[in-house]
Design a protein around this ligand. Structure first.
Ligand code: NAG
Ligand code: NAG
Ligand code: NAG
Ligand code: NAG
Length: 450
């Protein structure tokens, strides 16, 4: 679920402006001590927060992210705000025009909520009607607090991710996910049906904003958290309602899928290993109690050890987006992370959450799915992705999984790009290409092109 690794070395100390920040706040030393975070823990956290402040460096535009007055009385898919973004405020490749927008989506329980996002269009179209094939882009984790939306960053949280699509001629509609940016609700992290609403209704609203820019056909591409979202979207009955256009399928790259299974595997397999601390998933445990509580406010999180809970409190105080919160498990032993493996396995809410929100849970897919997974991914465990692929095939859905030897969580996105871009091209051209049959699986070597 990582977007950025834990590379705390080689930091460039940026000039920090205090102006209108909504995340990654400074904390006084006393608070660290109160929560059992010693000097080294504090230092590491502060270094990591510096990295976050480089990504989330721009002033937070409180006006834009504030709930639009028109939200009251609006319906899902309604456009609430729309504006072009001054390219001088962005650090992205040239030849791309960026807009940002606010629209009405739905929370996990179906209530109407405001959501924000950006739209990226290639300046030129190769089509005679000047339209662009449309992609709903589901981003990987950028944080769980309101000040952490991709659309507030000068790079729009690009890591050769969505820009690969725009540079290939696609238009991207990229929701921030409700609760990131706007603060009407807290971001329902990893509750995938909520992200699906943001993707789907984002596509509906983008068509209102730019009626002549997109083809009727659309697909979804997602990474990590967003990989789970684009996968779940493929199994969503929303498509029957129209409005978003004709859905042609999804690509799920290093997807987060079954969170309960991942938590169990982390304890049963990783905690037995001497090198457990080299797995990114260990640090991501900090997000788990936050996510679970947001899905089930009454859920017990007693399976998270006291030491780790204290650090989650620190991250919440600081509204820390990525590197900061991910630094906090450093130095903690398995017993200081998880109280007792049995408490994870028997946590009613954790299992119920998975049964409710995970992809590959038995629903029928509305289009074909391509799954990409790096075999050196330590943030999303390959075993779980492969199990989810098996599940969806067992349920009769079309899925094509491609496993990349040696590829890590973030690298796999561009390493595998030729293959998933071909899948997308085929779908828009209504051709099967190499992707025949209901399900297929193949492993790609680390370096050789296929
Ligand atoms: C768009 O087309 C114009 C005219 O053909 C060309 O000069 C320009 O470089 C193109 N821009 C991009 C981003 O491809
Ligand atoms: C693309 O369009 C944007 C906005 O119209 C403009 O700022 C940018 O210079 C254009 N880029 C190219 C390469 O034409
Ligand atoms: C639905 O979820 C939202 C956001 O978490 C919450 O504010 C609202 O009270 C919930 N509504 C119901 C009926 O449970
Ligand atoms: C992948 O992981 C294996 C085992 O941990 C390691 O030996 C190998 O160097 C890694 N490969 C790459 C390309 O990082």
């Amino acid at each position: 679920m990582l977007l950025i690794g834990l590379s705390l070395l080689g930091l460039i100390t940026g000039s920090l402006t205090a102006a209108s920040k909504a995340a990654n706040f400074d904390l006084p030393s006393a608070i660290f001590r109160e929560h059992g975070c010693g000097e080294e823990c504090e230092q590491l956290f502060n270094l990591a927060e510096k990295q976050d402040r480089q990504l989330f460096s721009s002033d937070f535009d409180f006006d834009f992210y504030a709930t639009a007055p028109d939200f009251i009385g609006s319906h899902p898919g309604d456009l609430l705000k729309f504006e072009s973004v001054n390219p001088n405020n962005l650090k992205i490749s040239s030849g791309i025009t960026i807009y940002r927008f606010q629209y009405t989506s739905r929370a996990l329980n179906g209530t109407f909520v405001p959501a924000t996002g950006f739209i990226g269009l290639p300046n030129n179209s190769s089509r005679s009607d000047e339209k662009h094939p449309a992609i709903a882009f589901a981003h990987g984790t950028s944080g769980v607090f309101r000040g952490c939306p991709p659309s507030t960053t000068p790079t729009l949280a690009d890591y050769s991710s969505w820009s690969l699509l725009v540079n290939s001629g696609y238009a991207v509609v990229a929701p921030d996910y409700a609760g990131l940016g706007n603060d009407y609700i807290e971001h329902q992290y990893l509750s995938f049906p909520a992200h699906v609403n943001d993707l789907y209704y984002g596509m509906v609203a983008a068509r209102q904003a730019l009626p002549d820019s997109f083809t009727d056909e659309w697909m979804s591409v997602g990474h990590s958290q967003g990989g789970g979202a684009s996968w779940k979207l493929s199994e969503s009955p929303l498509h029957h309602r129209g409005g978003a256009g004709t859905y042609l399928g999804s690509v799920a790259i290093a997807p987060a899928t079954k969170i309960y299974d991942i938590a169990v595997a982390t304890m049963d397999i990783l905690f037995q290993r001497l090198d457990y601390a080299s797995y990114d998933i260990i640090y991501e445990l900090a997000w788990l109690p936050i996510a679970l509580k947001r899905a089930f406010p009454r859920a017990s999180i007693s399976f998270i050890a006291q030491e780790m809970q204290e650090r989650v409190t620190l991250a919440t105080e600081a509204q820390s987006c990525m590197s900061g919160i991910l630094s906090l498990a450093h130095g903690l032993k398995p017993k200081e992370l998880i109280t007792d493996p049995a408490w994870v396995k028997h946590n009613r809410f954790l299992k119920r959450w998975q049964d409710w929100v995970a992809p590959a849970n038995g629903a029928k897919a509305m289009g074909p799915l391509m799954i990409i997974q790096g075999l050196n991914d330590t943030a999303v465990l390959p075993e779980i992705t492969i199990d989810s692929y098996d599940d969806t095939c067992r349920h009769g859905n079309e899925a094509h999984i491609r496993l990349y030897e040696g590829a890590s969580h973030v690298d796999v996105f561009h390493t595998s790009a030729p293959e998933w871009l071909e899948f997308i091209r085929n779908q828009f051209a209504q051709e099967k290409g190499d992707f025949r049959g209901a399900c297929s699986s193949a492993t790609r070597d680390a370096v050789t092109d296929h």
